[in-house]
Design a protein around this ligand. Structure first.
Ligand code: 5GP
Ligand code: MN
Length: 344
């Protein structure tokens, strides 16, 4: 069986809450990704099977390539149904905060999450968790929150209650947060868990196709366009790609179309740091995504230059200003981090 990751005292504490609670609300971070949705639905199906009154709420909408997931049609979107979501969060006995480590990651939902009298639990794998939940299950060495959800349900003694639908959520999150098991994926127990999920009836090949092989033609053309403009910083082993509002219009951009772009330059020989800047006129920011290979801490760059954070090899943030300013900030970061980047 699996080694213990979550401290038994925390599991016992949560079991006591769980047994006494009727209404449970699950929330995750803004711009939900596969792990946010997958971990939430994994837990949602488990709670539903236990006859809990459970709701999943995301701060804003999520990409179409996750909308096939069982239960995804029940997810409430805070910025579309604020009053209903506020009421559910306020009346919840337990609030499960999944895949985020600070209240600022839930955007407009932050106020209600901090104010609700619900008991709060965090299940997450981002470093430096903030102290806003009574139970904090934070394990940055685990590659996805979905894996932690599987571990939590098993540690509670409910492995047999995980349904095929719940297993699909868990697998999807594990798969997307590791780039289909190509990074952060050497932990041997990941494969033991996949073995269990397959026994639950998931079709992992079909899940891969449903998430990764559903591009529109315009999305594929956008990818070609973005990559044709890539800027390489050879001595820093770094790359930069950008996407402006004008280009979004030109390629009929829809939410999720640029998902994964930031990972692509890492396939270039000798590139260890990739930066992707996306103009967002709605929020009036430049959204920043960073990825690295090896031990380069791109979360430090995100924190110091882009008011963000994240993991050692995958981080993000935002820049208040123009695209030109964001590019300059990234080039400043390259200069400052030259001692780490320019070796080898
Ligand atoms: P992505 O590039 O996929 O948007 O984000 C990668 C990772 O960076 C996320 O899993 C999250 O940990 C972190 N991240 C992204 N954007 C932000 C942000 O604005 N603030 C913080 N603190 N972390 C972020
Ligand atoms: Mn995650």
């Amino acid at each position: 069986m699996l080694r213990k990751v979550i401290e038994p005292s925390k599991v016992d504490h949560f079991v006591r809450w769980f047994e006494r609670s009727e209404k449970i609300v699950i929330v995750s971070h803004i711009s939900p990704d596969g792990d946010a949705i997958g971990s939430s639905l994994g837990l949602y199906h488990f709670f539903s099977c236990q006859n809990k009154d459970v709701a999943v709420i995301m701060p804003n909408d999520f990409p179409n390539f996750l909308k096939w997931m069982p239960g995804s049609d029940t997810i409430l979107i805070y910025d579309k149904e604020k009053d209903r979501c506020d009421q559910l969060i306020n009346e919840a006995d337990v609030l499960c905060c999944l895949d985020f480590n600070t209240p600022s990651r839930v955007g407009e939902m932050q106020d209600i999450i901090l104010k609700t009298p619900a008991r709060k639990i965090m299940v997450d794998h981002h470093p430096y968790p903030e102290d806003f939940c009574r139970i904090i299950m934070s394990y940055p060495h685990i590659s996805s929150t979905s894996e932690l959800v599987f571990r939590l349900i098993c540690a509670m003694g409910y492995y047999s209650e995980i349904s095929r639908e719940g297993a699909i959520g868990i697998y999807t999150g594990m798969m997307t947060d590791t780039g289909n098991f190509t990074y952060n994926s050497n932990h041997e127990e990941i494969y033991l868990i996949i073995n269990h999920l397959i026994k639950k009836g998931i079709d992992k090949d079909a899940i891969y196709r449903a998430v990764f092989n559903t591009y529109s033609v315009s999305r594929m053309k956008l990818q070609g366009h973005i990559m044709s403009k890539i800027k390489i910083f050879p001595s820093h082993h770094a790359s930069l790609i950008t996407l402006t509002e004008e280009e979004k219009d030109e390629f009929n951009f829809v939410k999720g179309d640029s998902e994964g772009f930031v990972n692509i330059p890492l396939a270039i020989d000798d590139i260890f740091l990739s930066c992707f800047l996306v103009e967002d006129n709605e929020q009036n920011i430049i959204k920043v995504s960073l990825r690295s290979q090896g031990d380069f801490p791109c979360n430090k760059v995100a924190a110091e230059y882009f008011n963000g954070g994240g993991h050692l090899n995958a981080s993000g943030g935002e820049f208040k200003g123009t695209m030109k300013g964001a590019i300059q900030a990234f080039e400043d970061a390259l200069k400052a981090y030259a001692p780490l980047l320019c070796k080898g």
